[in-house]
Design a protein around this ligand. Structure first.
Ligand code: 5AD
Ligand code: SF4
Length: 445
């Protein structure tokens, strides 16, 4: 519970893991200013939203949340409200004009200026910082006091790919890699604080290049792999057009790099892939998957699919369905195409109505449920290394963790296993998890 004299902040995070990472950094900066974090907006003196604009619906959620804050501000006139992230970047200072109860607006590159903006806002100034480019004020490495077993570290921000449907290059700006030195320092500090699994983040990690010395992503993985007491490394997201032999070799050869890959295809139709500006064909994608599976047989693949891109015919859609069958994704995120500002697809002809998009999405998700279950059932009998996180959400006496491939594994076991690696024999594959029994426990935290 925060004491009366403490200032209190509520941070509301929308969207992707990049935003979750940035929110943690905001919390760290605000803690240095004396702000304690609170669970509920109505307990706060400062509310910061970290927003997402990747699809129309994500943006709507932000606006409805902001709308509700109007009442809070009436009740607590000293309350400060700031909007950061991708919607802030996209809309700029027009947000301040449209929403008089907002105090400040800041884009992803202005993160380091958050303390200053809060100070200014407290003096009654309303301001918007939304220029893209080199951050005016870099953010120090911030390690939470109790970081838990798993943590994320951003290796690069922005995107240069300009997929025709995507707003990210416009709101996150050009690709910029952090130096390997800074990344390694952050990972090492997290591991010192007790973290055992790191997820390296970037919109397109495969185009990582160390600005000091040119190390590529496979090289970076090899360096992170050497950090003592770190057990597991994951990374996301990979672009199929940039996934080279080096990275496949890292997946196959580096022990701490987990056998899991998020490799969004977006569509199984060459016509759509071209219109989406993805830079590969269906055959090239499938060939990549085949080579990956040859070198890393246990790899679990994840994907993203957009249904109902402008001009998508039933045949195009069926190509996507058949591709799902050929690939056998372990996990799949699927979305209805959504018009986004600035994008080329937004200006295309041949938009599909919402009902057709909805029907296709339902059909695709039904197929994936069957395919995903098959993938999971095929795991029965295997013995998997599981990093045990704690008691399972559902099911008494069950402990829960993730396998190397990232699958949720639940099994009967003592609570003391939390934070340790255990070998678990898989007995049953379910839709969203695997069920198993303890074979042996190994590493300790
Ligand atoms: N409409 C629907 N889905 C989109 N994505 C990105 N932009 C759009 C859009 N305009 C999806 C892609 C991407 C994921 C993060 O979000 O599948 O991989
Ligand atoms: Fe968007 Fe394409 Fe960049 Fe991913 S690779 S962030 S989908 S433009």
């Amino acid at each position: 519970m925060a004491s009366q004299s403490e200032k209190r902040v509520h941070i509301a995070t929308f969207g992707c893991q990049m935003n979750a990472y940035d929110s943690a950094r905001m919390a760290g900066m605000l803690a240095q200013m004396g702000y304690a974090q609170v669970e509920r907006p109505d307990q706060a003196d400062l509310i910061v939203l970290n927003t997402c604009s990747v699809r129309h619906r994500a943006e709507e959620k932000v606006y409805s949340y902001v709308g509700e804050l109007k009442r809070l501000k009436r009740e607590r006139p000293w309350l400060l409200i700031g909007v950061g992230g991708c919607v802030a970047q996209q809309e700029g200072d027009s947000l301040l004009k449209r929403l008089p109860h907002l105090d400040f607006v800041f884009g992803p590159d202005a993160l380091g200026s958050l303390p200053e903006m809060v100070t200014q806002a407290a003096r009654g100034k309303r301001l918007a910082l939304t220029s893209l480019g080199a951050p005016a004020r870099p953010v120090d490495i911030i390690i939470p006091a109790e970081p838990g077993l798993k943590a994320m570290v951003t290796v690069m921000t922005g995107c240069d790919n300009f997929c025709s449907y995507c707003v990210v290059p416009y709101v996150r700006g050009r690709e910029r890699s952090r130096t390997a030195g800074e990344i390694l320092e952050e990972v090492a500090a997290l591991v010192d604080a007790g973290v055992r699994e790191i997820t390296l983040l970037g919109q397109n990690v495969n185009s990582y290049r160390d600005p000091d010395g040119g190390l590529d992503f496979a090289g970076l993985l090899a360096r992170v792999d050497q950090i003592k007491d770190l057990w597991r490394i994951r990374f996301t997201t990979s672009h199929p057009k940039d996934l080279g032999q080096g990275l496949t070799e890292a997946l196959a050869g580096l022990d701490k790099v987990m056998e899991q890959l998020h490799l969004p295809a977006q569509s199984g139709s060459d016509r759509m892939l071209k219109a989406m500006n993805r830079g590969y064909t269906r055959a090239q994608y499938l060939d990549l998957v085949r080579r990956l599976r040859e070198m890393v047989p246990q790899v679990a693949l994840g994907g993203d699919i957009i249904v109902g891109f402008p001009g998508e015919t039933r045949q195009d859609f069926e190509q996507t369905l058949s591709m799902l069958e050929e690939v056998g994704y372990d996990f799949l995120y699927s979305f209805k195409y959504s018009d986004r500002p600035f994008t080329r697809a937004g200006r295309l002809e041949g938009k599909l109505d919402d009902e057709t998009k909805g029907r296709r999405l339902v059909e695709l998700q039904a197929l994936q449920r069957v395919l995903g279950l098959q993938e999971h059932q095929a795991q029965a009998g295997r013995v998997e290394e599981v990093l045990v996180e704690g008691p399972a959400k559902h099911g008494q006496g069950l402990m829960s963790g993730r396998s190397r491939a990232g699958r949720v594994v639940n099994f009967p076991g003592p609570p003391e296993l939390a934070g340790r690696l255990a070998m678990v024999r898989i007995t049953q594959g379910r839709e969203n998890s695997l069920l198993g029994e303890l074979a042996s426990a190994t590493g300790e935290r």
